[in-house]
Design a binder for this molecule. Structure first.
Ligand SMILES: [Zn+2]
Length: 253
């Protein structure tokens, strides 16, 4: 199995969302991490990033959210163009896994008409609540034109230990990470927004956009335990880590 780190867009947000002590005027530029896992039995995406149109028509897509989460990437910084660079079309994808349903993690779901889509049952329940829109969850991303098959506990996707889903609630109720085991022996945790930036893994800085701080604290303790077994934790939106990663066509094998 090979793993490609792909961009799902770039965002500008207030630094104080992630570092509550930061000056509210301070902004930061964030990558949106997505992953393509090429297993002999199928192509899997872990998160689908922002919809490609958010760059050119941010307010039409995102309304007021675009003020707080402003797309700042180039038009081609989206998952569909990234896949095309690898010679893949959306129809080459067999399975889409959403770590959670914030719009920067499932914005391209609708392109993958052939794929099965999976997310945690509690995330689906959360996404159906009347206040979901205010949380950055848009039903057109995940509810229209696709059906999502829920899971509620850890899932070994291929039954061979290569890709295992691990619920890590806290950022949202159904937040899910993935454990990746490559043939080289390299092991990764795709932590998504459970660990937006490396500093958050310690659990001492709790981002403002946290649904349940107690659950997040417990999930982070679990990820630190896993990290101590030799896993590299890949963050959801860490600009410093992003610059150190192999991205696009360069794969981890
Ligand atoms: Zn999120």
């Amino acid at each position: 199995m090979r793993m490609h780190v792909l961009t799902g867009g770039f965002l500008q947000m207030r630094r104080s969302v992630f570092y509550p002590d930061a000056d509210r005027a301070e902004k930061m530029r964030l990558p949106v991490n997505c992953y393509l896992l090429r297993h002999p039995r199928g192509n899997v995406l872990f998160d689908t990033g922002c919809h490609p149109a958010v760059v050119t028509e941010p307010e039409a897509r995102w309304g007021g959210l675009a003020k707080f989460m402003t797309p700042v990437g180039r038009p081609e910084d989206n998952l569909i163009d990234q896949l095309a660079e690898l010679g893949l079309t959306p129809d080459d994808i067999d399975l889409v896994i959403n770590s959670h349903l914030h719009t920067d993690h499932c914005g391209c779901n609708r392109f993958f008409r052939r794929a099965e889509v999976r997310a945690h049952a509690q995330e689906l329940e959360y996404a159906r609540r009347p206040d979901a829109l205010a949380q950055g969850i848009f039903s057109e991303d995940w509810a229209e034109g696709t059906s999502i098959r829920p899971f509620s506990e850890s899932v070994d996707i291929f039954g061979d230990g290569r890709l295992i889903l691990l619920p890590v609630p806290g950022h949202t109720p159904g937040m899910t990470a993935a454990l990746v085991h490559l043939e080289s022996g390299d092991r990764f945790v795709l932590a998504s927004d459970c660990v937006p930036m490396s500093e958050h893994l310690l659990g001492e800085i709790i981002p403002r956009n946290t649904w349940n701080p107690e659950l997040l604290t417990a999930s982070l303790a679990e990820l630190r335990r896993i990290q101590s077994q030799g896993y590299t934790v890949l963050c959801g939106h860490d600009p410093v880590q992003w610059d150190t990663l192999r991205t696009g066509a360069l794969a981890y094998e």
